[in-house]
Design a protein around this ligand. Structure first.
Ligand code: NAD
Length: 337
């Protein structure tokens, strides 16, 4: 059966890592008809918006998308396309695994964490205004409905993946109402999952604990902002953004994308690491229940990085994006026989 999957290469280094990823995925033998759609800073002039309607239509129709990074101007300019996509498509859960890999330099060896991040509200609701000339307010929104959805998702995920513990992250000592509600909901949902250990941590303490003893943690359940920040921290624990994948999951639509951004200073240089997007494709293959293909692609990534011969600059090598993608594809074919 051929799958129809939307591909959003994005801008900056996105198109290069997308090309390398398609080569690696093709080697698994899973037949995918990619439907390429354009979004991002580079299409502003052509369509008058960085998020043309056909992008949303295509993802809604195909239900699954693989996405490269998209630049967001800082301070002024258009609002984040990434945030808009998650909100418009109801992608309420953001899953960001961080797992140690041989061959990736890092301070720790046994990290195996998953950040489950609420993806639709909190300070990312985009409710901001100026108060006169010298002040501005950004409103943090936490609802029982969105908190229940993400808490249930985290426990269901933990159960399905055989994970032992969920840690809710918050600042309810200060934000008594908003984070207090999130924590109250998390405790209520945890009570329904007696097979999974539950604890909570204040976000500042969580940061220190993670850089001292990351092996003590398993699934980190976070509201939007803390999840965004902690997932970069967790990526740093396992060797950096070049190897950190992600998934945005909704009721019936899912978009798979790396944690990292568009790294615009390297655009067009065939230089950056395609691993984070390739590992996002592994999550995608698992999601569509192509387990063998997902396992082969995952193992191929680990083998190529472990050997250290055909890897990009961030992993201490000299290979380009496309060469690393091809090396992973060759290894997939060897593994699959
Ligand atoms: P970034 O992740 O693009 O890059 C930060 C640095 O990390 C790079 O300069 C590079 O040194 C390294 N890096 C990132 N990806 C790498 C890779 N694949 N291989 C090797 N090294 C890599 O973060 P930034 O510079 O803060 O953001 C650039 C743009 O991307 C911004 O406009 C930001 O808003 C956007 N962004 C988009 C997404 C997304 O599309 N989901 C996520 C984060 C940031």
């Amino acid at each position: 059966m051929n799958y129809r999957i939307t591909s959003i290469p994005g801008d900056g280094t996105g198109p290069e890592i997308m090309a390398a990823t398609k080569v690696a995925v093709a080697a698994t033998g899973v037949e995918i008809d990619w439907v390429d759609v354009e979004a991002g800073a580079d299409v502003m002039n052509k369509y008058g918006t960085p998020l043309p309607q056909q992008v949303l239509d295509s993802v809604r129709e195909n239900k699954i998308a693989l996405k490269g990074p998209i630049t967001t101007p800082v301070g002024s300019g258009f609002r984040s396309v990434n945030v808009a996509l998650r909100k418009k498509l109801g992608l309420y859960a953001n899953l960001r695994p961080a797992t140690s890999m041989a061959g990736v330099r890092s301070r720790f060896e046994d990290v195996d964490l998953v950040v489950v991040r609420e993806n639709t509200e909190d300070l990312y609701s985009g409710v901001e205004h100026n108060v006169g000339d010298d002040a501005a307010e950004s409103i943090k929104i936490i609802t029982r409905k969105a908190s229940s959805l993400i808490c249930r998702f985290a426990f269901e995920y933990a159960r399905k993946e055989g994970r032992k513990k969920v840690t809710a992250v918050h600042k309810a000592n200060i934000l008594k109402l908003s984070d207090g509600l999130f924590l109250e909901v998390a405790r209520g949902v945890a009570a329904e999952y007696s097979d999974i250990e539950f604890e909570d941590r204040i976000v500042d303490n969580m940061c220190m604990q993670l850089v001292q003893k990351p092996e003590r943690y398993d699934v980190l359940l976070c509201p939007n902002l803390y999840g965004d920040i902690l997932s970069d921290l967790c990526a740093g624990l396992v060797g950096g953004l070049g190897v950190a994948p992600g998934a945005n999951i909704g009721e019936d639509v899912s978009v798979f994308e790396p944690v990292h951004g568009s790294a615009p200073k390297y655009a067009g240089q065939d230089k950056v690491n395609p691993t984070a997007l390739i590992l996002s494709a592994v999550l995608m293959l698992r999601h569509i229940e192509e387990k063998e293909a997902a396992d082969a692609l995952y193992q191929a990534v680990r083998d190529v990085i472990g050997r250290g011969e055909t890897v990009t600059y961030d992993l201490g090598g000299t290979a380009g994006t496309s060469a690393m993608g091809e090396a992973i594809a060759r290894r997939v074919r060897e593994i699959s026989g």
